[in-house]
Design a protein around this ligand. Structure first.
Ligand SMILES: C[S@@+](CC[C@H](N)C(=O)[O-])C[C@H]1O[C@@H](n2cnc3c(N)ncnc32)[C@H](O)[C@@H]1O
Length: 507
């Protein structure tokens, strides 16, 4: 078995040979496979080094740290790399060139130099998740984003143990999300059936790149990627059924592939195909199957829905995800705030506006007085002490959002939330449907054995009748016992009275 994927079993700390997601800033992520170097790499004496606009990071500083760590940038020694740059800039005849070549080979054999922390710059090392992979993966196609795939996986009932069919694989964004959803352990052997993703890709170069990625990410045993045109060849793998209960189609023409997702061999349009004893359905025969197709325009949706209905899918509906980000921040509003980013130096309320106007008027008056004194003319108040002019600008205010020395900076201002001005997430319409499992004689017999139906009246009636008979019998038994107690005397009386009573014939 391969080493478990860091997407599924990340462990506590980073390790060599595994993928990490480097967070450079809030929305800027970079996938990086961490390397343990034994000598200089690419001219860096500290070994393999990540260079970013936020500084340089030798992999040695990113290895064996807890996931989520903040790592400071290093002052890297570019060694022969720096010399090579200089050499490239000089005349070709310069003898330095041959010396550098020697330096290159000796540097690679030299032990790795210890990294020295730089005065500024840092990054975060994050464990890989499908969400982070979606935002950082190399795009080979349009990809399915998190708001869409989280909803899709929920609607197609993807859960640990589910077997999903996915086409096309594209850049693998949905593949990574779905493999996490269905993961319930790695199969121990060929007979150990676990949750799995059966992914199909028609484009050869995308297929090859994705196959390499799947291997790098430790997902080989959980994702079966096949190079295939699913419109023509369907979804079985080496003639065997994936036994899927969930299907996701992100194809230009999903309706072209739907007839392969049936319980009996069908042609496109729903007509029965020729008998083929080798044919098996790619679907689990014992469970209902949930499907989602992903199409960018409504005309494609209409064609898909028509085909789904023709082929017997039920509960067909369409959804569009209109995901909107809401930014939450503290807005510092007040005339005394500086005109900087994150501050709004307009009045927070009417009181603050009036106070500001008054102070400006006061200041105007003061200026006029000073000018009057300088010119010798009488000002509005010639006895004024110039030094006593109050500096109102720097006074703390207590109105809403104003500065209070005691207030913590992160608690200052008003908490505001603003949705994005426009929706940027329309990628596609999602069509959902369900294919119930087929009801055959075997299923009917099993159901009849479990819940005998059709005979309910007889069964229930019989039971009632028997219970009633039993009750009556017990009642009569009780009565007859009571009667038996004084039966001798009663019998004598009856006999005597019978003898004593003369029979009269009135006729
Ligand atoms: C939009 S991309 C899929 C993106 C993918 N869902 C993701 O999240 O990264 C569509 C893919 O379907 C593939 N494709 C198109 N026709 C196909 C076919 N007949 N069989 C298999 N794959 C096909 C394309 O090559 C393309 O890579």
């Amino acid at each position: 078995m391969t080493k478990p994927s860091t997407f599924l079993v990340p462990g506590d700390r980073t390790s060599a040979g595994t993928l990490a997601i480097i967070s450079l800033s809030r929305d800027n992520f970079l996938p990086l496979t961490l390397e343990k170097s034994t000598g200089a790499v690419d001219g860096y004496l500290e070994g393999a080094t990540l260079n970013t606009r936020f500084g340089s990071y030798p992999h040695s500083t990113l290895l064996d740290v807890p996931w989520g760590s903040q790592v400071r940038a290093s002052n890297v020694d570019t060694g022969s790399r720096g010399k090579k740059r200089r050499r490239d800039a000089t005349d070709e005849d310069t003898p330095i060139a041959s010396q550098d070549d020697d330096d290159d080979s000796t540097a690679a054999n030299a032990p790795v130099k210890k990294a020295v922390t730089a005065p500024s710059g840092f990054i975060y090392v994050l464990r890989p998740t499908p969400e982070l992979w979606t935002t950082s993966l190399p795009h080979r196609t349009q990809v399915v984003y998190t708001p869409d795939y989280s909803y899709i996986l929920h609607r197609i009932r993807a859960r640990p143990g589910t077997r999903i069919i996915e086409a096309g694989a594209g850049s693998g964004s949905f593949t990574h999300a779905s493999v996490r959803a269905v993961y319930n352990g790695y199969p121990r052997d060929a007979d150990d059936v676990k949750g799995k993703v059966f992914s199909f890709e028609f484009n050869e170069s995308r297929y090859e790149k994705m196959q390499v990625e799947i291997g790098h990410h430790g997902l080989d045993d959980l994702v079966k990627l096949t190079h295939r045109d699913v419109y023509n060849e369907g979804f079985n793998v080496n003639g065997e059924s994936p036994n899927a209960t969930a299907v996701f189609l992100d194809l230009p023409a999903p309706w072209e592939a739907l007839h392969h997702l049936s319980r009996r061999k069908l042609q496109k349009g729903g007509e029965e195909a020729e008998e083929d004893s080798n044919w098996v359905s790619p679907l689990d025969p014992k469970q209902s199957v949930h499907i989602c197709t992903f199409s960018p325009c409504i005309e494609q949706v209409t064609r898909t829905v028509t085909e789904l209905r023709t082929l017997g899918w039920v509960d067909v509906d369409m959804v569009e995800i209109s995901n909107q980000k809401i930014n939450i921040s503290r807005e510092k509003v007040g005339v005394n705030y500086p005109t900087e980013k994150g501050y709004n130096s307009s009045p927070a309320d009417v009181l603050e506006a009036v106070t500001k106007l008054k102070s400006l008027a006061e200041r105007n008056k003061d200026t006029q007085r000073v000018q009057a004194l300088q010119t010798g003319a009488e000002g509005p108040d010639s006895e004024m002490d110039l030094d006593s002019t109050p500096n109102r600008e720097n006074q703390p205010s207590n109105s809403n959002g104003a500065i209070d020395d005691m207030e913590k900076p992160w608690m200052q201002g008003r908490l505001v939330h603003r949705p994005e001005s426009e929706l940027k997430t329309h990628t596609s319409y999602l069509v959902f449907a369900i294919l119930p499992c087929e009801w055959d004689e075997e299923a009917e017999a099993a159901a009849m054995a479990k819940w005998p139906c059709g005979n309910e009246k007889k069964t229930i009636g019989n039971l009632d009748k028997q219970a009633r008979k039993e009750e009556k019998r017990k009642m009569l038994e009780g009565k007859s016992k009571k009667q038996k107690k004084g039966s001798d005397t009663q019998t004598t009386q009856v006999v005597v009275s019978a003898v004593a009573t003369p029979t009269t014939d009135t006729a």
